[in-house]
Design a protein around this ligand. Structure first.
Ligand code: EPZ
Length: 441
């Protein structure tokens, strides 16, 4: 029975596992302890392309997105688009989305539960159809990740929200602009409100918005579609609703978290890496790597990272909303600091449960103490390979770095999370000399 609104569940953050050469990869085996040398082409940004995919249903026609990363989260969002009646095609790094056909309003719950960004279809469905329905998202391993900021904002925009059991049903006869102040600069809430506001009647002013570069790229994408958005990248964004948007062709920005991942890998294993990017990396993003003592230089759009010395410890770093230190890099930096020449302290302030990597690093010989939302890392001379287990996307990538920093063999289980956000990681690392291979459990 079609309840007259889009009905879909929300993700609980479980990855679905990636397939390499036909094999569903859930295990990665490594032999670490050697410096790495070579070149990597940086992928397009996962956290910029996912809201763009949700936004594509705001207009009718064919949207083309270049530099699209070939990752599980993108494939999940494509599956959801097809369930909505769209046609999708990913050829190389170019994603085409044809939204000509009428929106099918019911999404299969399991397909949606595999990607957190599916929550963004709520804003774009409301913008396009005036209705959306979904179940409360389960928490995931890094935290509860509620959507109260999203729902509070939608109510202010004239959306009737009623909740029955686990179902949140949204409906509105007229989507209106509103004045909204976010309690916290939530990335997803900022994006969801913008998605609902671009076709709403009147003006929407959002205060205390997220300022991540992915939000800036997303708003540029929407402006190219004909949206009227001002202030992206600042704490205040104003959207003047328009009647119609049109499909576009667009190139997504680079993935700054993947850049930090590969840069910190070299900081941890030693060696040198040429990271080819589409655009010049910002000081803010490069600074993340400099704190480990590695040498960095920018040549046109390539970033060169060299590490010959032991990792330098950091006195104190805390994660905070952009332009602060990114929470997505916390477990990656923590891993590298396990072999630093001294004591380091990190503090996690975005998610309440983002220290799963600690127990796995201790199995490899790291010396880490957790107290509340702070970890103290006492650098050791050596890590030794063991069997360890990934628990989430960035933690999994951090444990690959750990396995390549450790002497001997490391087997990483539950590696399926990694492909949610990293394109062909094991191939890329093999190409710079890492002894690493992927397989199934
Ligand atoms: C986005 O998640 C990113 N995901 C995350 O990247 C990133 O870690 C996070 O922003 C913070 O930068 C994508 O862009 C797809 P939030 P999001 O809303 O939007 C609380 C990765 O590894 N909150 O900024 O879900 C929430 O619980 C992923 O690529 C509420 O309380 O993050 C969290 O503690 C992981 N109520 C904090 O705010 C709400 O309504 C930040 O969440 C919304 C959020």
């Amino acid at each position: 029975m079609n309840p007259g609104y889009a009905l879909f569940g929300l993700p609980n953050g479980n990855g679905m596992g990636f397939v390499e050469r036909g094999v569903r990869v859930t295990v990665i085996e490594m032999e670490g302890g050697c410096p790495l040398h070579g070149e990597i082409v940086l992928q397009g940004s996962k956290n910029a392309v996912l809201p763009m995919i949700a936004a594509s249903i705001l207009c009718t026609g064919v949207t083309v997105i270049h530099n699209c990363p070939v990752i599980d989260d993108v494939k999940c969002m494509m599956k959801l688009l097809r369930k909505l009646g769209c046609r999708t095609e990913l050829t190389g790094h170019t994603l085409s989305i044809d939204t000509t056909d009428i929106i099918q309003e019911t999404l299969e719950e399991n397909a949606v539960k595999e990607v957190r960004a599916s929550v963004l279809f709520m804003g774009s469905l409301l913008g396009r159809t005036g209705s959306a329905g979904l179940c409360f998202p389960g928490g995931c391993s890094i935290g509860k990740r509620p959507i109260n900021y999203h729902l509070d904002a939608f109510e202010k925009m004239g959306i009737d929200i009623n909740i029955m059991d686990e179902q949140i049903n949204c409906k509105t006869a007229k989507l209106c602009g509103a004045k909204i102040t976010l309690d916290f600069p939530s990335v997803g809430a900022t994006e969801n409100i913008i998605l609902a506001a671009v076709l709403a009647k009147g003006v929407t002013q959002i205060k205390n918005t997220a300022r991540e570069p992915e939000i800036v790229d997303f708003c540029r994408f929407l402006r190219n579609m004909g949206a009227r958005i001002y202030g992206a990248g600042t704490k205040n964004i104003v959207i003047y609703g328009v009647k119609k948007l049109h499909p576009i062709e667009y190139t997504v920005c680079d993935d700054r978290i993947a850049m930090a991942t590969y840069g910190l890998l070299i900081a941890g294993t030693g060696g040198n890496l040429v990271l080819h990017t589409k655009e010049r990396q910002t000081e803010n993003d490069i600074r993340i790597l400099a704190c480990t003592g590695c040498r960095l230089c920018v040549k046109n759009t390539a970033l060169i990272i060299k590490q010959k010395k032991r990792v330098r410890p950091v006195d104190f770093i805390k994660t905070s909303p952009y332009p602060g230190f990114p929470t997505d890099v916390q477990s990656l930096l923590m891993t590298v600091l396990t072999k630093a020449d001294g004591k380091s302290i990190l503090e996690e302030n975005i998610f309440e449960n983002r220290y799963h990597t600690v127990s796995e690093l201790i199995k490899l010989g790291a010396n880490i103490k957790v107290k509340g939302n702070r970890v103290t890392i006492y650098g050791v001379g050596e890590l030794r390979g063991k069997n360890i287990r990934a628990n989430d996307l960035r933690g999994g990538a951090a444990l690959v770095i750990a396995g390549l920093m450790a002497e001997g063999q490391t087997k990483l289980e539950h590696a399926k999370y990694i492909a949610r956000g990293y394109e062909d990681m094991t191939d890329k690392l093999q190409n710079i000399g890492a002894k690493i291979k992927s397989g199934s459990e």
